[in-house]
Design a protein around this ligand. Structure first.
Ligand code: NA7
Length: 548
């Protein structure tokens, strides 16, 4: 039953009511669902979104080749069974345009579009202590007040363009992959340069190579990639999923990755089998068309360096077999980090691209980029003339989307100052000194290492119940303490220490942004353990929460 919120929480009429009860920042898959779900509480809701449409990551990352690396029968909403049944994904791993169409379908199907003010960026968030209201300022000069803020601002939203000398002097056209123009870019006959060979670079490079006159790839770190073997969605396979969706979604919830296939890990160690059998198992997984299932072939790939190295060498062999020029092949073989400690990439013809006559690979680890020039780019070894320069250089991940909003909490505490040594938080949801401000996919949560739509749904449902509880109890504020933040930081750290993740200079650790504190920001203990821990603290009498 829905009880009108004002009657329920404020019998004496003493509480200041802001313009809204909940402001949701971001209309990606988390924000969209938050706006839908919280309606059930009869609250006044307002969404803000920088883009002119929904989809978040799948709105912004419209570069050629952009594609989700989790299969679409899994990477989709589970909150509405009719939606599950009526929606048809054309491909096994959806490309960006299909995900954007889906996001638009969902906002219209569930009446979410009218709840969002698009083309509006939240530029300021200030907590007003006397009224316990958040003041939300936007780039349109508006200011609204609200009791709760849900920052559904995305883990990979704040663009990173390295601080190269001369970026603005380039006379050609340049783009960051996550701010790609809607009208697309014509590469035909052009000299194109791409900086970056993370998941994004590995997706965009094969597509641009097909059009460009010449493509020069500037690689600092070679990455591990496995073939996605993307294909049209098999109707039989789709039927199987649709008949079993409830069962599969439940199975997903009990896995570390919130993704059913990824959860089917084995108990077999790399060292339990002989060389021939091991290669046979890896070969089958490589050909299996199941993406990340490859790393699940053995139980110790994520945790044992020697086991990891054996599987890594298998991938290097594949690279050497695929790339015809042995020097280029060697440069493409990852040697700086264990397999999977930076996001494992799924590609469509990445290594094959280096066999094209119009593609050159440049090693900017040996010879770093020194300057962007009006004509192109200079490294310590030479100059490259370019018509178009693409930055596939990633993000100020996990924290950038929060700190760029100028957030001020109690006692004038600024979030950037609070997080100067790392993004302290409790359960990935709350930050001490910033009451009633909740993060979805925040640092300290499984975020990018679990299937993000399911974990967003779970986090939103959890928040819904906490807000509902506060309204019922007449609480105005919820906060946490530094002690509980420290406890949670220890759990996040211990989970990372049980794996090889910290052996890579990755954005999970903040290592891609000069000066960013080196703190492991993702809870890698698994979606299953995370949800269990969050449930436990509530069942134990709201451990770590201070209500006022
Ligand atoms: P990533 O994974 O952060 O990759 C960025 C790439 O840009 C990576 O190859 C970087 O090399 C490279 N880079 C960054 N700065 C420089 C400089 N200064 N010089 C040369 N090269 C540089 O971002 P993506 O967008 O590819 O992927 C982000 C996530 O999206 C991905 O993990 C998936 O979860 C989806 P580096 O490795 O730092 O040496």
């Amino acid at each position: 039953m829905t009880v009108p919120h004002q009657r329920r929480r404020d019998p004496g009429g003493k509480v200041a009511h802001g313009d809204y009860d909940v402001v949701v920042i971001g209309a990606g898959f988390s924000g969209m669902y938050a706006l839908y779900k919280l309606r059930g509480l009869g609250l006044r809701l307002q969404g803000y979104e920088t883009g002119d449409g929904p989809g978040g990551t799948w709105y912004w990352n419209r570069y050629p080749g952009a594609r989700v690396d989790i299969e679409s029968m899994i990477y989709s909403y589970s909150f509405d069974e009719r939606l599950e049944q009526e929606w048809q994904w054309p491909e096994h791993f959806s490309p960006q345009p299909d995900l954007e169409v889906y996001a638009n379908y969902v906002v219209d199907r569930f009446g979410i579009r009218d709840q969002v003010q698009f083309e509006t960026t939240v530029t300021r968030l200030r907590f007003d202590e006397p009224t316990s209201l958040w003041h939300v300022g936007t780039d349109r000069g508006e200011e609204a007040t609200t009791r709760f803020v849900i920052a559904a601002t995305g883990s990979l939203n704040a663009t990173n363009i390295p601080d190269f000398k001369g970026v603005e002097t380039f006379q050609g056209r340049w783009y960051h992959t996550s701010k790609w123009p809607k009208e697309g870019v014509d590469f035909v006959g052009r000299r194109v340069g791409i900086i970056g060979t993370g998941s994004t670079g590995i997706q965009v490079i094969p597509v641009v190579a097909q059009e460009a006159g010449h493509l020069t790839v500037f690689q600092r770190t070679a990455n591990f990639s496995i073939p996605s073997r993307n294909r049209p969605l098999d109707p039989e396979y789709e039927r199987g999923w649709k008949q079993n969706y409830r069962k599969y979604r439940e199975m997903m919830k009990s896995t570390a990755s919130a993704a059913v296939l990824l959860g089917q890990h084995t108990d077999r160690s790399v060292f339990d089998v002989g060389d021939a059998e091991r290669d046979e198992i890896l070969e089958q997984a490589w050909e299996s068309r199941s993406g990340f299932k490859f790393t699940g072939s053995f139980k110790d790939v994520r945790t044992n360096e020697a086991a990891n190295e054996i599987v890594a060498e298998f991938v290097r062999r594949k690279i050497r077999q695929t790339v015809q020029d042995p020097e280029v092949a060697e440069l493409l073989c990852p040697k700086t980090h264990p397999l999977g400690t930076k996001r494992l990439c799924l590609d469509s013809g990445y290594y094959e691209t280096y066999n094209r006559a119009n593609v050159t690979l440049v090693d900017v680890r040996a010879n770093p980029i020194t300057e962007i020039t009006p004509a192109g780019l200079r490294t310590t070894a030479g100059e490259y003339d370019l018509d178009i320069l693409i930055y596939a250089t990633g993000f100020d991940a996990m924290t950038g989307s929060m700190t760029r909003m100028n957030v001020t909490g109690t006692g004038g505490l600024r979030l950037e100052d609070k997080w100067v040594n790392g993004p302290s938080n409790y359960l990935g949801f709350l930050v001490a000194g910033f009451p009633n401000l909740f993060m979805i996919h925040g640092p300290g949560s499984p975020s990018v290492l679990a299937q993000m739509i399911m974990s967003a749904e779970w986090q939103v449902d959890w928040l819904h119940d906490r807000i509902s509880f506060m309204l019922e109890q007449g609480y105005e504020r919820v906060d946490t303490t530094e002690q509980w933040e420290e406890n949670w930081a220890r759990e996040v750290e211990a989970a990372a220490d049980a794996t090889l993740y910290k052996k890579a200079d990755s954005w999970y650790l903040g290592a891609n942004i000069p000066g960013k504190p080196r703190v492991f920001m993702v809870y890698v203990g698994g979606f299953d353990n995370y949800t269990r821990r969050c449930t436990e603290v509530v069942d134990n009498g709201y451990q770590g929460f201070s209500f006022t």
